[in-house]
Design a protein around this ligand. Structure first.
Ligand code: SF4
Length: 416
């Protein structure tokens, strides 16, 4: 019997923490905001000089019956993948959910739903997969001629970025860098410019690091085992599981927020899954998985698509759902989100993410290094801007350069 696949996160991130909020712990002392002198006349403006030796700028649920119990994260014939703790794609956000959603309006709090019967589970899987056969989107990374590299790129891009924005970016990216070797050889500033406004640009850096590792360790090919995938830079449990399922048709648990929501509602009777993936939820998801590779891969893709298109976070279209008559949440009267009090709602406006985005946009569009007084113009709060700039430097997304003369201000640019 094939083993279980990776218990996945995501946003995810397996792919690491959400970008844009990097702390300064990894920032060289002289680059920390409080160590960067403000230039005269800039008030709360941007960093002053930050030069090092030599005058160079040195900036820098529900439990399943025991019948098919498996250990979370243990992959029978495939190996071991991941740990529980991350949710869906990077940062707990799925491909069609950029922000933790409010619970749909509902009557009352929920009591735990009883375990669904095996025949109900099997019927839900059958109906969802059949629905997928008729309603699936023709996305380029699902095409018959897709490559494992294309699938990997799509999974990285889809972390916290909606499909509608990813599709054109993925197509352009694959035209330009169709293989890992192509991306590995590209200038980093070109990679960051091509990433454009997909957000969380550290993903682009990690993807290039991954491409270089693929060239060095695997002859430029994407490997097909969980161990090898998980050893790649930027590849965590969710991404490894998704690549195994969608590129290689292997049995693996692929738990993004869309899948988690469908399972929580249809079989768990919950409005929404817990903010963070729990061990019991991961075990339940693993137990749900068909034993065969093809069936498991089909369930992964179909349940993800149902969550993205029908069983959406804010307004599920139950009338269009193939399992409406079996849905535990609807049968229970659509009880309220029991985890609502634990959900964080992050505001974009005024956030460090917004500031970082403005800096990155400025540098992407500039042909060369941008003087700091120009960078200072992107945000009125100088302290916040200095903090974000220092974080960008620490993340390797921005580099500082000395000005042309001793009295000229330093400048900032994308890494080359
Ligand atoms: S019936 Fe509604 S809530 Fe239940 S799985 Fe379908 S879309 Fe989701």
């Amino acid at each position: 019997m094939p083993g279980a696949g990776p218990a996945g996160p995501r946003p995810g991130a397996d792919h690491g923490r959400a970008a844009g909020t990097a702390d300064d712990g990894g920032t060289p002392r002289h680059l920390r905001p409080d160590a960067i002198r403000r230039p005269k006349g800039m008030g709360g403006g941007l960093a002053g000089r930050a030069r090092g030796a030599g005058g160079r700028l040195t900036t820098r649920r529900w439990p399943r019956p025991a019948r098919t119990r498996r250990t979370v994260g243990t992959v029978g014939t495939v190996g071991t993948i991941g740990t529980v703790g991350r949710v869906g794609r990077v940062g707990g956000l799925g491909q069609d959910d950029a922000v933790p959603p409010p619970a749909p309006s509902v009557p009352a709090a929920a009591a735990p739903a009883p375990a669904p019967a095996d025949r109900t589970v099997a019927e839900v899987r059958r109906l969802v997969v059949a629905w997928f056969g008729e309603h699936r989107r023709d996305l380029p990374w699902r095409a018959a001629d897709r490559t494992p590299w294309g699938v990997l790129v799509s999974e990285v891009m889809l972390q916290q970025t909606p499909v509608a924005r990813v599709e054109p970016a993925w197509t352009a990216w694959m035209d330009r860098w169709p293989t890992p070797a192509d991306l590995a050889a590209a200038p980093t500033d070109a990679v960051l410019r091509a990433w454009d406004r997909l957000g969380y640009p550290r993903r682009a850096l990690r993807l290039q690091e991954c491409a270089r590792a693929l060239v060095e360790r695997h002859g430029g090919r994407v490997p097909g085992t969980p161990e090898e995938l998980l050893a790649l830079p930027g590849v965590g449990a969710y991404t490894a599981g998704a690549v195994l399922a969608f590129a290689f048709g292997r049995r693996s648990v692929v738990l993004d927020t869309n899948v988690r929501r469908v399972v929580a509602r249809a079989l768990g009777g919950q409005a929404l899954p817990a903010p963070a993936l729990t061990a019991s939820e991961a075990r339940a998801a693993e137990a749900l998985l068909p034993d065969d590779d093809a069936g498991a891969a089909a369930w992964a893709a179909a349940s993800m698509e149902l969550g993205a298109l029908v069983c959406t976070a804010r307004a599920p279209r139950c009338g269009d759902c193939p399992v409406e008559h079996l849905c535990a949440w609807r049968t229970a009267g659509r009880p309220a989100d029991a985890h609502a009090h634990r959900r964080r709602v992050q505001s974009w406006t005024g956030s460090d993410r917004q500031v970082r985005g403005r800096v990155m946009a400025l540098l992407r569009e500039a042909p060369g290094a941008v003087p700091e007084d120009v960078v200072a113009g992107v945000w009125p709060d100088g302290a916040q801007l200095r903090r974000c700039l220092a974080a960008l430097v620490a993340d390797g997304l921005v580099v500082g350069r000395p000005g042309p003369g001793d009295d000229d201000p330093p400048a900032y640019a994308l890494p080359s």
